[in-house]
Design a protein around this ligand. Structure first.
Ligand code: GLN
Length: 562
């Protein structure tokens, strides 16, 4: 196994994830099989308990792993399916070491950070790197490892030490270290400053690691003399100083690397030149350029709870982007804080309230993404009602589907007390209820997580047509509550159709309103499997419906082609 380690210095948020995944893309374009590992030095065992407000979305994998959103970047860029073990955290490592300690596996030895924690890290990396993630058999050729945080953080020390040892044991031909850094421009003179990079490389070297490459982030392209300076002071040859300057969209990043011959230099470092082919990045070039040239856009109202930090819905945003670009449109996402639509907001902040409604009314479609807790639920119900009554294309994801069920139960069935037991434990009409797959009492493991099969009840529904599959869809889940099977019959009397159910027939997975141009609610999260060039079926449906192209699309693609 060959490893490419990506570390970061100077400041966080430099786009280490995008750099690391772009390196993966370029290597993949050279005919290599690539996998990836993200190391998060925090103590949480996984991202499942982390607030989207603070940490961005929780990404969900096929195996139900709740992981850092960077894993989503890897899956999208490399078109792979990762496992929960591809995300290593300090919490997971300590947990495994402590479990072994309790079992007596250390035979009475003193258990220490070095060597026990560091050995556990190395073993974890080596075994996870060997898991095939691209649907083929056998391990990949290259594993890209991204070390989260910035070099020098106390938390990342054991990882740096473990990686240093890994480098030593795999040998120089099998290891390549790329350090991502920032070259800022300061003052009136506008000089590109190399000192922060020098300091962070010095820090890295003090820890026993010397970078083979620098990937310098900058606003403008690096000047030749900046490169020379960096090379001289950081002990990296000028040819290995890569520059990722600001670009109009992230799909340019792999192209930028290719244009600087990064692939050749990396392949040389890894002694892979002989087996690789010249990079084929035609699809990436087309996508990056197409996106830059798009002129029309489509307005999508995103009605949610965490609208302050757009990373909270990163995969939904990406899925919209993939669907829009397939329709040659730019997404114009109009964020609406659900609570601003509520009647209370009209009293307290009338301007905010009317602005939110105006935004909703001006949008071509409405999307209610997943969420937890009751904040904003009233506003979401109003938005779903608005979309249903005004025949505005609507996609409700997870919580968004549950909102539809509550709204229709209240408005059409007249069940005033209809609610989810998540929001009102003693709701007179519990239309959405807690339906754990496992234990009812142990909260930690009650979430329905990961890929599950949904059986489509008829080939004639819009979902089947968009997925080009009359029988089933496999999508990822992350929820506790579901439509109460006892109210399904009543709901179907209103014209609503539950067109997708799980294998038991008890869990409602997809709802549609055939009398509406596009009204779809799904209990799963289709956004996680959307890829550039392979947009998620329902997101595509939403955008096609929003722009009046859905019918034509369904007609021309009856036989399965996209
Ligand atoms: N809170 C809801 C549930 O647990 C919806 C979850 C979600 O939207 N991901 O079922």
């Amino acid at each position: 196994m060959k490893y490419v380690l990506v570390t970061g210095g100077v400041v966080s948020g430099l786009g280490k994830g995008v750099t690391a995944s772009s390196v993966g893309v370029v290597l993949k374009a050279c005919g290599l099989r690539v996998t990836s590992i993200k190391i998060d030095p925090y103590l949480n065992t996984d991202a499942g308990t982390m607030s989207p407000f603070e940490h961005g979305e929780v990404f969900v994998l096929d195996d139900g792993g709740e992981v850092d959103l960077d894993l989503g970047n890897y899956e999208r860029f490399l078109d792979v399916r990762l496992t929960r073990d591809n995300n290593i955290t300090t919490g997971k490592i300590y947990q495994s070491v402590l479990e072994k300690e309790r079992k007596g596996d250390y035979l009475g030895k003193t258990v220490q950070v070095v060597p026990h924690i560091t050995d556990a890290i190395k073993d974890w990396i080596e075994s996870v790197a060997a898991i095939p993630v691209d649907g083929k058999v056998g391990p990949a050729d290259v594993c890209v490892i991204e070390l989260g945080g910035t070099v020098g953080d106390i938390e990342s020390m054991p990882f740096i030490e473990a990686l240093r040892q890994l480098f030593f044991s795999t040998g120089p031909d099998n290891f390549c270290l790329i350090h991502v850094s920032l070259v800022p421009v300061l003052g009136v003179v506008g000089e590109q400053k190399t000192k922060p990079t020098q300091h962070s490389v010095r820090e890295l070297r003090a820890l026993g690691l010397t970078p083979h490459f620098l990937a310098c982030r900058s606003a403008q392209p690096l000047l030749e003399n900046t490169k020379q300076k960096l090379s001289q002071f950081c002990h990296v040859s000028a040819a290995n100083i890569l520059n990722i300057h600001d670009v109009p969209n992230i799909w340019h990043v792999p192209l930028l690397l290719r244009n600087q011959n990064a692939h050749e230099a990396i392949l040389k470092q890894l002694a892979l030149l002989r087996v690789a082919i010249p990079p084929n990045l035609q699809e990436w070039t087309n996508r990056a350029e197409t996106f830059d040239s798009l002129t029309s856009s489509v307005k999508i109202a995103m009605v949610g709870k965490y609208v302050g930090l757009t990373d909270s819905y990163l995969s939904v945003v990406k899925a919209l982007l993939h669907a829009c670009i397939a329709c040659l449109l730019k997404p114009s996402i109009e964020w609406i804080a659900a609570s601003d639509l509520e009647d209370e907001s009209a009293k307290l902040t009338p301007e905010v309230h009317s602005k939110a409604w105006e935004t909703l009314r001006n949008a071509a479609c409405v999307l209610i993404p997943g969420g937890f807790g009751d904040r904003g639920v009233k506003g979401m119900i109003l938005a779903a009602k608005y979309a249903r009554e005004n025949k505005v294309p609507y996609l409700g994801i997870c919580l968004g589907m549950q909102i539809s069920v509550i709204e229709i139960s209240r408005s059409i069935l007249g069940w005033k007390g209809a609610n989810s037991t998540e929001f009102d434990e003693h709701a007179p009409n519990p239309v959405v209820i807690f339906m754990p797959e496992g234990s009812r009492t142990h909260m930690g493991s009650t979430m329905r997580l990961g890929s599950r099969r949904t059986l489509l009840q008829s080939a004639d529904c819009i979902t089947a047509k968009l997925y080009h599959n009359p029988e089933y869809v496999d999508e990822r889940h992350r929820h506790r509550y579901e439509v109460n099977p006892e109210v399904v019959e009543h709901l179907e009397k209103t014209g609503l159709r539950f067109v997708g159910k799980d294998e038991s027939g008890q869990r409602m997975e997809v709802l549609e309103l055939p009398s509406h141009p596009f009204y779809v609610g799904v209990q799963f999260h289709p956004e996680y499997k959307s890829r550039p060039g392979k947009p998620s079926a329902l997101f595509l449906g939403l955008i096609l419906a929003a722009t009046g192209q859905l019918e034509a699309y369904v007609k021309t693609h009856q036989n399965g082609s996209i």
